[in-house]
Design a protein around this ligand. Structure first.
Ligand SMILES: [Zn+2]
Length: 328
């Protein structure tokens, strides 16, 4: 069977390295590029994009950073791994080829044979090979399928009781990401993998709505772009003091899975993430089971009625005062 990564396997840079501005740029694999400064300043930083192949804006951001590094216009002081997670899906113009890659980490890739299973396994190895120093950061960059009442938000993976980090919340706010969704359980997402396996500060970062290549208004990503570049180009990143009033925090309230063939969501396709519904409103019907809004302030996020049976079709979240978080 020909490899789905075929187009990338011709004469290529894979296995080569280039010198630029006192750093080596190493091409480990298709879409796996490591910048190793001669005198690393102490942080290991991962920027990943295209875990979902049609989420174009982060791919364009990573491409532009790499172009600027290779052109000598962006000098990198921190060890940095750029990961274009699913090139086959990008070529396809789809979210994935066979499987949602963001359900295949922390070993879940062992349970199947799709291109995404194979790639997730390799990506785990690359990330493991990359992380060396104590300060580890991973920003897994996405765009959402639908509009959002909070345009930019980040998922803070389950910390297993460890306190949340003010510095990371401030960094994200400086990126324009003022909304944080706290995940309260282990998952098979890429960001949770880096938290759990590599003790990184890692986040799934949603930067706005999906648009086709070339149609993204990059000015909407300018703050994030500026901060990502500063993070890798400065030895010590200066951040403002933590300010609780900058952040909107949400806690996951319920996960609604599709278990029946006849599953339906009771609101239009274009309803924005973080939309609030009245208590008692029927959000979804899973076969004969209605799911109603149970708590005042409960909001919907990531609805998708088309998921495979057994998968998550909807999350609900509830606002949480920043003061209630254990912060460090
Ligand atoms: Zn995504």
């Amino acid at each position: 069977m020909p490899s789905v990564l075929g187009p990338y396997e011709g004469p290529s840079l894979i296995g080569t390295a280039q010198r630029v501005n006192s750093a080596s740029v190493e091409f480990w694999d298709a879409g796996v590029i490591v910048v190793e400064p001669d005198a690393p300043a102490g942080k290991d930083v991962v920027f990943s994009c295209a875990v979902h192949g049609d989420e174009t804006a982060p791919i364009e951001m990573v491409r532009d950073m790499l172009h600027d590094i290779l052109a000598g216009q962006l000098t990198v002081k921190q060890r940095t791994l750029f990961l274009i997670a699913n090139p086959a899906a990008i070529v396809n113009g789809t979210r994935f080829v066979d499987m949602n890659m963001n359900r295949l980490f922390s070993g879940a890739h062992a349970n199947g044979n799709s291109p995404e299973h194979a790639r997730a396994a390799k990506i785990e190895q690359y990330v493991g090979r990359f992380f060396k120093q104590q300060q580890r950061f991973h920003y897994d960059l996405h765009t959402a399928i639908r509009d959002s009442a909070h345009e930019k938000f980040a998922v803070y993976p389950f910390t297993h009781g460890a306190p949340y980090k003010k510095q990371q919340l401030t960094f994200l706010a400086e990126c324009g990401v003022d909304t944080i969704l706290l995940n309260q359980a282990p998952t098979t997402t890429f960001s949770y993998f880096s938290v759990r396996e590599h003790q990184a500060d890692a986040f799934t970062v949603e930067l706005g709505k999906v648009r086709p290549f070339g149609q993204n208004d990059m000015s909407r990503f300018a703050k994030a772009d500026t901060m990502f570049r500063k993070l890798i180009a400065t030895e010590t990143l200066q951040l403002p003091e933590f300010d609780a009033s900058r952040h909107h925090i949400y806690d996951v309230c319920r996960t609604i899975n599709r278990t029946a063939q006849n599953f339906e969501l009771n609101f239009p396709d274009d309803v924005a993430n973080f939309t609030e519904f009245d208590t008692g409103f029927v959000l979804a019907r899973d076969g004969e089971t209605p799911y109603r809004v149970e708590r005042s302030g409960e909001r919907i996020i990531f609805p998708n009625a088309q998921v495979a049976i057994g998968q998550r079709a909807l999350l609900t979240v509830i606002p949480l005062p920043v003061e209630q978080l254990e912060l460090v």
